[in-house]
Ligand binder design. Sequence first.
Ligand code: GCU
Length: 615
Amino acid sequence: MNKMNTNNKVIGKLSGVLLFYLFALLPLSKAQVPLLQNVQAYEGMSLNGDWHYIVDVQEEGYYDYRMKPTRWGFFRNAKPQHPEDLIEYDFDQSPTMQIPSDWNTQDERLFFYEGTVWFMRRFQAVPMQDYRTLLYFGAVNYDCHVWVNGKKAGHHVGGFTPFNFDISDLLVDGENVIIVKVDNKRHAEDVPTQIFDWWNYGGITRDVRLVKVTPVYLEDYDLHVVGGSAADAKGKTCTLAFSARLNKAEAGHKVVVSIPELKLEQPFTTGADGTVSGTLKVSRKKLVLWSPEHPKLYDVRLSLDTSTYADEIGFRTIETRDKQILLNGQPIFLKGISIHNEKPNGGGRANSAADARTLLSWAKELGCNFVRLAHYPHHEEMVREAEKMGILVWSEIPVYWTIDWANPATYENARCQLRDMIARDHNRANVIIWSIANETPHSTERDTFLGNLAQYARSLDNTRLISMAMEVTGASNYVNRLNDNMNKYVDVVSFNQYVGWYRDVNDAPKMRWEIPYNKPVIISEFGGGAKYGYHGAKNQRWTEEFQENLYIQNLAMLDKIDGLAGTTPWILKDFRSPRRVLPGIQDYYNRKGLFSDKGEKKKAFYVLKQWYEVK
Ligand code: GCU
């Protein structure tokens, strides 16, 4: 087939090849910049709303018929200039969908769709002398290319973390066009890899914003209380540690931190590397520490030269001592539940504070003080609403099941997702655990991969606990053992177990656990499925009575586990999964929720609620 690329006048095949190499050789455009801390604090313009979209199954808009990236792609947003011109796409004539959202629940033709969809919207902008403009995405699943006015702004991989590009030099005065190519196809080398037990919602799933920053801005800052029980108990004062980094390595910039309510104000001056760090002292009596009972947040003002930014920050300490987890120096039991980032009713990615409040209020109804946000960083509003509601958070990157451990690109991908998860939420007092993986098979490559990730996480943030969801390593004669090399890298030993569902139905009472580590234990998953409203004998699978009985038995079993410091049963609500196909029962839902997909409480809900009342 001698197909000429018909979307525009074409150049010879040779030039196509040349361009590909050029394209491939071109580094990621300089527009990609490190993640901006606390983007909400900046002036800007939301680009949420209606975006045109084109479903491009064979990536006609990106590759030529030799599967070489074409420079005549859809990113040009070309229009016929002459009557004989042949342009075979038109964004303006194409349908629109609300952004942020996933395409699966916005267009029923795309319910199962995995592939490329192009998005386009126009916006008015005025290039500004004294400011830079960042283009910020809360998250795009999975592989995303961005153009502004036909020029490449950047590329990002990973479906659950934010990223931003400096597009100042791409803007024109007046109408601008942004085009985004999103591809959510799965590959073995990706993170997550090819198979996972949740819906592969595709699209621009979180907020899009234009952000106005001064040429020199506060790229990142951190403010937290230092020390743990030891330091606190004795001292009359508490120490707050502050550090910040500018987007430029420039000395002499004045950074001032102030907490009006504590009558605290402290100036700092950047060094040659554009960073500052130091401490602020506050009397112990005055400082109210953040806790589930008192989710105290302080208004914090940060100024850089003449610009001022506001944030809300809470102060607390988190640590372990032997098998205990200590919050503000006191042992705490983490009464948790696992949650997927899915809308409370029906399906689709949760993408607002309202979605978060609904899901978290269900967790509160259960009696929870803790949530495991599985298996990837959730929407920022989920973390911030939990912080306001006094709910502690376990946050995780999607290193899930069998990742391509020996592949350096896969490691780099996972490392970047870990970096950005921490970069976004490191000032949130309620986030206490960074989780680097879930249910990963033992091997030397895996241990190296995860060991490096754990150390990297600690190098970025040594004020929080590191963990991962391990698996039971061996079980015989009702003795369950945990034996995982990763125990030396984690602060909390967490594992998933499915006694009563995937194995040993009705044997939970007989079970004994051997966990040979002097560290706190979290059961990061247990549970079983039930179809809401389906009732019957307690040994009848899928009935609410079966799930209820499983919870009764499992919780009694958990009560006997030495060093148990918390649990996050699987899961708050039924969620969409392509792996769950049982007709009339699952219908593409994992039914292990304590709430149905419509928010109806199942019998097991009350079993866990009661257990948490006495915990
Ligand atoms: C696993 C896994 C979850 C999954 C659950 C299940 O443990 O971590 O992602 O949904 O089991 O089987 O329901």
